[in-house]
Design a protein around this ligand. Structure first.
Ligand code: BG6
Length: 481
């Protein structure tokens, strides 16, 4: 449990991530009574900011404020303060230690609880971790270090980062956030799979024809081009978010809810994924929208004019184990598409012919966002005198099923709460990270080499590259419009 007199320090407190995600999540937890009202939250960054400026920055992004709970905003801000300091010099950290110690002493805390959240680029992870270890670490109590992707740029840089962090903070103290693991539907996957015998029975190569994990965003990289150009969609969302979803979908049944039991199974399935073949990729980059109103990727001034950066990718994977041999898993992700949606589609094998010549395949859809839903497409007789069949849905759309009173935490809220509770289940372990880079690095090197493939252009606002339909058909998925 998170102690009543704990301290949270958010590094990079004046940056975008802290402003848009970390502080709103901390507020969300406070609003819902999940954060003790006696703790301290310190924002640490290099910018010169007064406490007031800092608070007005964070208050602008707090969510879920209503007439009834608006007093909570001020109560939350009262817990927060700002601390200016460098990331690579000891002074700021020594002062931080003094400040935290004063607070802990005032409340006679002998076993301090300190959570350090690095909302920072990885270039400064190690410097901050070193200074924390030297000046703000406590052996008596509990320390947690939360880090966020990108955890490296490829296998070598990820290992380098691991090598630097490992002697400073133990795996048990480290929490690597992949915010997709905090999403409600993603957390539901283990329950859906393992608490329902009916699902478990058909969750294998005998019944499943193909699995799709699809991520679509209706906006481009506007304003983020400079960052995105070195990253591309594969590093941005596939090597992490979508691969994490895939492992939860494909892993074997963990022996318990113990975090290590779950992560052990995830690692096993990652190890069973075959090399990604160049035939199994489809790459795209968005151009202007068909009506010319939305800019193409290369129109962004912060992007190299001849950039081959991939803004759309579909990748077919094979899992070589008893359960999945021969079942294609396709991950696809794209920016500047026709809609924003993230979903999993499991398409089952067709019913045997004979009685029915043309019934559709069953398909189980798990919509991660927006509007979480699980629905199963089944064939059913058209009611009445007709003897025809039609496809209909067994539908569990959350907004219809559960009352609005239900608080579904945002991904960051859920993960920060897990972190308070010391639950590592939904955080990425070092070996998972290593294997995921091992899988993607050869592909990235191929794509980014001088002779690498040129991504197909697709219009902003479209469904993606033209070849998508044939790519999916090749991977066993019957595409519907
Ligand atoms: C981030 C990526 O990790 O995830 C972004 O860097 C992407 O490019 C975002 O937009 C998607 O997250 P969500 O929660 O909005 O689906």
């Amino acid at each position: 449990r998170f102690g009543d007199y704990s301290t949270i320090v958010v590094f990079g407190a004046s940056g975008d991530l802290a402003k848009k995600k970390t502080f709103p999540a901390l507020f969300g937890l406070f609003r819902e009574g999940e954060l003790p009202s006696t703790i301290r939250i310190i924002g640490y960054a290099r910018s010169k900011l007064s406490d007031e400026d800092f608070k007005s920055r964070i208050s602008a992004n707090l969510k879920g404020v209503t007439n009834e709970n608006k007093h909570k905003v001020q109560e939350f801000l009262n817990l927060c303060s700002y601390h200016q300091g460098a990331y690579d010099q000891p002074e700021g950290f020594k002062d931080l230690e003094t400040e935290i110690k004063k607070y802990e002493d005032k409340h006679s805390i002998t076993k301090p609880d300190r959570l350090f959240y690095l909302a920072l680029p990885p270039s400064v992870f190690t410097a901050v971790a070193k200074n924390l270890k030297e000046h703000v670490y406590t052996k008596e109590g509990r320390v947690r270090l939360v880090v966020e992707k990108p955890f490296g740029h490829d296998l070598a840089s990820s290992r380098e980062l691991q090598k630097d962090l490992a002697p400073l903070f133990s795996e048990n103290e480290l929490y690597r956030i992949d915010h997709y693991l905090g999403k409600e539907m993603v957390k539901n996957l283990v329950v859906l799979r393992f608490a329902n015998e009916v699902m478990g029975a058909c969750w294998n190569k005998n019944y499943v024809r193909s699995v799709q994990i699809s991520f679509k965003e209706a906006f481009g990289t506007e304003g983020r081009g400079g960052y995105f150009d070195d990253v591309g969609i594969i590093r941005d969302v596939m090597q992490n978010h979508l691969l994490q979803v895939l492992t939860l979908l494909a892993m074997e049944r963990p022996v318990s809810f113990d975090p290590e039991a779950i992560r052990d199974e995830k690692v096993k399935v990652l190890k069973a994924i075959g090399d990604i073949e160049t035939d199994d990729i489809l790459l795209g980059q968005y151009g202007k929208s068909e009506d010319g109103t939305k800019p193409g990727y290369l129109d962004d001034e912060t992007v190299k004019s001849d950039s081959k950066c991939v803004t759309y990718a579909a990748i077919g994977l094979q899992i070589h184990n008893e359960r999945w041999e021969g079942v294609p898993f396709v991950m696809r992700a794209g920016k500047a598409l026709n809609e924003s949606k993230v979903e999993i589609r499991i398409q089952f094998k067709p019913a045997s012919k004979g009685m029915f010549n043309s019934v559709e395949r069953n398909e189980l859809v798990m919509r991660i966002q927006p509007d979480e839903a699980i629905y199963l497409k089944i064939n059913s007789k058209i009611p009445g005198i007709s003897d025809q069949t039609s496809v209909t849905d067994l539908d569990m759309t959350y907004s219809k099923r559960y009352s609005k009173q239900f608080w579904i935490p945002e991904a960051y809220e859920s993960l920060i709460r897990d972190c308070f509770l010391g639950n590592h289940s939904n955080f990425v372990r070092d070996d998972e990270l290593d294997i995921s880079w091992k899988l993607f690095t050869p592909l990235l090197e191929h794509i980014e080499s001088k002779t690498g493939p040129v991504p197909e252009s697709y219009p902003y606002g479209s469904k993606g590259p033209k070849q998508l339909r044939s790519f999916l058909n090749k991977h066993g998925y019957v595409f519907e419009d």
